[in-house]
Design a protein around this ligand. Structure first.
Ligand code: DAH
Length: 342
């Protein structure tokens, strides 16, 4: 009798763990345990060897076992049916669901466009570090210590002595490239810059600039004008006009700021151009001889022009974006509106 109970216990564990993946396996289970020559029948047959006074107890145990196996079979049957249904519900001939594709960031789109326009004029892309020293960000650009123009840009200092700072403009890359001593030099330097400004719709503590630099023999202001005119027409369209206003930058002499005719009103005056018909887009000028000398370039032999523009500013004009903060907030409702082709 004890032998019989032990057997039931062992088989129960085996049956509990049983699983099926198909109709065939389900049928195999039924035959093995519940068939006419199955385990349940075989064990039932062993009842005859049990002593009379123990028959009652053994009979109950056997009945329980039989019910247990039948219940397990029902469960497996249901499970098998659910797999079949799942298979039927899946139409393998349907195309896969769309993968949500990202879009390019508007700043990347505009930056790539700027790069491709200047590439066509023979400008190569150069890059420099965002953490700069005083020499490349200021001193070599003709902004020595205590120069009042240093206050034009509020600087984030990482360390005072020796000074390590977050570059306030991409003009620092000009210096790094000129120091390499390979001339002529024709580069643009796109990249992120940092300023200690209160964040608002019109200012941010980080933004992107593109610096341009052309150093060779006999480079003139006329070359600068024509280069920038080509750029503006490719960027904003053939009808756009440009004008230069005299300005001041320590690293250029003469210096200028360039305006384009307002893209909204075409020059007749509106809110975007503050009724002037013009909007400023960049600073530029002829590289100061002192800057050339600081980089060991002979300023008697070589001349050059430089310019610097904010990419966010170009993007705001191009796409009529009124708040600078949208470019760094990563709100997909804003970002999804831009398609790669400018
Ligand atoms: N570095 C200037 C700025 O961040 C922009 C600039 C002006 C760059 C004139 C130049 C330049 O190369 O010639 O405001």
């Amino acid at each position: 009798m004890q032998q019989l109970l032990d057997k039931i216990k062992a088989y129960s564990a085996e049956i509990e763990a049983a699983a099926v993946k198909s109709k065939d396996e389900l049928e195999a289970f039924r035959i093995k345990y519940l068939g006419t020559k199955g385990l349940v029948k075989t064990i039932m047959g062993e009842m005859k060897d049990v002593a009379v006074e123990q028959k009652k107890e053994a009979g109950q145990a056997l009945n329980q076992f039989k019910n247990f196996v039948e219940e397990k079979f029902d469960k497996l049957k249901q499970f098998e049916a659910s797999i079949v249904k799942e298979k039927q519900d899946t139409d393998l001939s349907l195309p896969a669901p769309d993968m949500p594709l990202g879009t390019r960031h508007p700043i990347s789109i505009v930056q790539n466009k700027i790069i491709s326009i200047f590439n066509r004029l023979g400008f190569a892309v150069a890059q420099g570090p965002e953490i700069e020293d005083d020499w490349h960000n200021f001193t070599a650009l003709n902004l020595p210590e205590n120069h009042p123009a240093r206050d034009m840009q509020d600087t984030f200092y990482l360390q005072e002595e020796p000074a390590w700072l977050l570059r306030t403009h991409t003009s620092s890359v000009q210096i790094r490239e000129m120091e390499k001593g390979v001339l002529p030099l024709r580069i643009i330097c796109p990249g992120r810059v940092y300023r200690n400004e209160t964040i608002s719709a019109r200012a941010h503590c980080f933004f992107n600039q593109v610096e341009g630099l052309y150093i060779a023999e006999n480079v003139s202001f006329a070359d600068l004008k024509q280069t920038l005119y080509f750029f503006v027409q490719e960027m904003f369209g053939q009808e756009v006009k440009i004008r230069f206003r005299p300005s001041y930058f320590p690293f250029t002499e003469p210096s200028a700021e360039m305006d384009i005719s307002c893209l909204i009103c075409g020059g007749s005056g509106c809110n975007v151009c503050k009724k002037t018909g013009w909007v400023e887009i960049l600073g530029c000028g002829m590289v100061h001889p002192q800057v050339l000398e600081n980089c060991n370039i002979d300023s008697e032999k070589y001349t050059g022009f430089a310019f610097g523009m904010g990419i966010e500013r170009i993007a705001m004009l191009k796409y009529q974006v009124k708040d600078l903060r949208l470019f760094s907030e990563n709100d997909t409702r804003f970002l999804d509106q831009f398609v790669a082709a400018v």
